[in-house]
Write a protein that binds this ligand. Sequence first.
Ligand SMILES: [Zn+2]
Length: 95
Amino acid sequence: MTEAQQEQRRYALAISGGICEVCGKQLSQNGWQGAHRIANTKPNRMKWGAWIIDHPMNIAIVCSLGCNQLCNIGNNPGKCLRLVKKIVEKELKRF
Ligand SMILES: [Zn+2]
């Protein structure tokens, strides 16, 4: 793992509050993973754009693969649109 990736992990863990977003379990230093809300697939990259898929707000910090899978909102168009709207509104504030 590179220094930049370690820094990203520290940052993600810090903003998660140290707990799993799905089940609320306390996360250990290495016992967690980043889950894509809109899955990181080629069709999704075509549909939403890489900047949405790779955006920090599209990543949930969770404790396990089971919780990871519960984060997937790709089959719920309303949830996808609301997430994309939030990301667009956040990015718009920079201009
Ligand atoms: Zn969990």
